[in-house]
Write a protein that binds this ligand. Structure first.
Ligand SMILES: Cc1cc2nc3c(=O)[nH]c(=O)nc-3n(C[C@H](O)[C@H](O)[C@H](O)COP(=O)(O)O)c2cc1C
Length: 425
C-alpha cells in the first residue's frame, strides 16, 4: 500500500531516482503512538490540543520553524532556538565561498505605524539589505554537526544557495548533507545583492533556470528539499509548480518583498543609508502578512488541484501571534516560519505562539493541526461566483415576508419590536 502510493506520486511528478528514494523513506505513517497516547492520557491531557506535525517524514513538536536569517546565523542562537522549543530551525543561507559575501552596516530600516518616520509607534515593516551568511562554510558545517550531535531528535534544516553551476550546487549539497541535517531549503528568493551574481531571486524568477537547477539539486539530494519562493513575481504558482514537478518535496513562501523603506526628508538620502547611498532591499514583518497570505493561498490552491497531497507547504511572512499562524494553517500550510518576529521579540516568542495556537484550537474543538489545515481554502472563489452568491442571498431574503405572518404570532415580550418590524418609516 505504502509503496503503491510512492510509485504513483513519484511517477506523476517525473522526479529523479534520488527524490524517489527520499519519498520512499518519508512515506506517510501515523504520528507515533498517537492513538495509544490518547487512550492512556488523563482527561486533562486529552483536552490539550496536539501541536505535533509530521511533514515530509520529519517530526516536529510544533509547526513553528525559525525562518532563515539572523535567528539561525550560528551555533549559539540555533541552540537557543531548540532550547526555547521551536519545532525546527532553518539556518542562515550558506554557499561554498563565503569570502564573496560582504555585508554592510546599517543594513536594516524599520517602518512604524502612524508615526511618519518618528521613533514612536509600533514596528509594522522591516527592510533589510543583508546578504546570505558571510561565515566560512566549514565553520557553519561544524556547527550543524555539533547541533545534530546535541539535538539528534530535533529538526535542523540547512538553507543553501549557489551560482548557476551544477558542480557547485552538487558539491554544496554533498558537504551540507554530510553534517546530518534533516532537510534542505533552497533559497531561490533573496531579492537583493545575490541576483547581481545570478543567484537567489534571479533563479526563482526564471522558470527555465529554476527547472534546470531543481533538476541538479534533486538528482543529488537524499533528504527532503523545500524550494523557497520569491513574491517578487507576477504569478507565484508558476515557479512553485516547476519546483514541485522537478521533484522538490515542498515549497516555502514567502521570502522578502523588494522595497525601498523611505527617503530621509532632511538629507534627501534613502534608508537604510550606507555612506549616503542605498540599494533596494527585502521587506518583512507584520506589513507583509496579508501579501504572504495571498501568495500562500494561491500556492495551496494550485497544490491541491495539481498534486497528490504528499508535498508540503511552509508559510512565512509577518507572523507574531498564534492567530497569524492559524491563518496560514487554515490556508493549507504544514509549518509556519518566523524570522523578523524573532528579531523583534526574541526566541521565547515560540511559547506565546504555541499557547495562542492552542487557545484557537480549543475554541474550535480542534485536537490536531490536521483537523483544521486547509479548511478555509474552500471559501475562496472567483469574483463572478461572489456576485452570483450575493444575488441568490438577496433573492432568498426578499422571499421571506417582512413582519408577523399572522396575528397569532404577537408576543407580550417582543411587542414593541414586532410593531417596529411592520413600520415603513
Ligand atoms: C535580516 C533578514 C535576513 C534574512 N536572510 C535570509 C537568508 O539568508 N535566507 C533566506 O532564505 N531568507 C532570509 N530572510 C527572509 C526570511 O527568512 C523570511 O522569508 C522573510 O523575512 C519573511 O518572514 P518574516 O516576516 O517572518 O521575517 C531574511 C530576512 C531578514 C529580515
Amino acid at each position: 500500500m505504502e509503496s503503491a502510493t510512492f510509485v504513483r506520486g513519484s511517477v506523476g511528478r517525473g522526479s529523479s531516482a534520488a527524490s524517489e528514494l527520499r519519498r520512499f523513506r518519508q512515506r506517510p505513517r501515523p504520528l507515533p503512538d498517537l492513538r495509544r497516547w490518547r487512550r492512556r492520557s488523563t482527561a486533562a491531557i486529552r483536552a490539550e490540543p496536539d501541536l505535533r506535525v509530521r511533514v515530509n517524514g520529519l517530526e516536529m513538536p510544533n509547526p513553528f520553524v525559525i525562518g532563515s536569517g539572523p535567528p539561525g546565523t550560528n551555533y549559539t542562537v540555533m541552540k537557543r532556538a531548540f532550547d526555547e522549543g521551536w519545532g525546527a530551525v532553518i539556518a542562515k543561507t550558506v554557499s561554498l565561498d563565503a569570502s564573496k559575501v560582504i555585508n554592510v552596516t546599517p543594513r536594516y530600516a524599520r517602518l512604524r505605524a502612524g508615526s511618519n518616520g518618528t521613533a514612536k509607534g509600533q514596528i509594522i515593516g522591516w527592510e533589510n539589505i543583508e546578504l546570505i551568511s558571510d561565515r566560512p562554510l566549514e565553520t557553519m558545517l561544524n556547527e550543524f554537526r555539533q547541533l545534530k550531535r546535541e539535538y539528534p531528535d530535533r529538526i535542523l534544516i540547512a538553507s543553501i544557495m549557489e551560482e548557476y553551476n551544477k558542480a557547485a550546487w552538487q558539491e554544496l549539497i554533498e558537504r551540507v548533507e554530510e553534517t546530518g541535517v534533516d532537510a534542505l531549503e533552497i533559497n531561490f528568493s533573496c531579492p537583493h545583492g545575490m541576483p547581481e551574481r545570478k543567484m537567489g531571486a534571479a533563479v526563482g524568477q526564471d522558470c527555465h533556470l529554476l527547472e534546470e537547477v531543481c533538476g541538479w539539486i534533486n538528482e543529488k539530494a537524499t533528504v527532503p528539499v523545500w524550494a523557497k519562493m520569491t513574491p517578487n513575481i507576477t504569478d507565484i504558482t508558476q515557479p512553485a509548480r516547476v519546483a514541485l514537478k522537478a521533484g522538490c518535496e515542498g515549497v516555502s513562501a514567502i521570502n522578502t518583498i523588494m522595497s525601498v523603506m523611505g527617503i530621509d526628508l532632511n538629507t534627501l538620502r534613502p534608508e537604510p543609508s550606507v555612506e549616503g547611498y542605498s540599494t533596494p532591499g527585502g521587506y518583512s514583518a507584520k506589513a507583509v502578512h496579508p501579501i504572504a497570505l495571498g501568495k500562500v493561498m494561491q500556492i495551496a490552491k494550485m497544490m491541491k488541484a495539481e498534486f497528490d497531497g504528499e508535498q508540503s507547504l511552509s508559510a512565512i511572512g509577518g507572523v507574531e501571534t498564534g492567530g497569524d499562524s492559524a491563518e496560514f494553517i487554515l490556508l493549507g500550510a504544514n509549518t509556519v516560519q518566523v524570522c523578523t518576529g524573532v528579531m523583534m521579540h526574541g526566541y521565547g516568542l515560540v511559547k506565546k505562539l504555541c499557547a495562542e495556537l492552542q487557545d484557537f484550537m480549543r475554541k474550535h474543538n480542534f485536537s490536531s493541526i490536521e483537523d483544521f489545515r486547509g479548511v478555509s481554502l474552500q471559501y475562496f472563489t472567483t469574483h463572478t461566483d461572489l456576485v452570483k452568491r450575493q444575488q441568490e442571498a438577496i433573492r432568498q431574503r426578499k422571499a421571506v415576508r417582512k413582519g408577523l405572518q399572522s396575528d397569532k404570532d404577537w408576543t407580550g415580550d417582543g411587542f414593541v419590536k414586532e410593531t417596529e418590524s411592520m413600520v415603513s418609516n
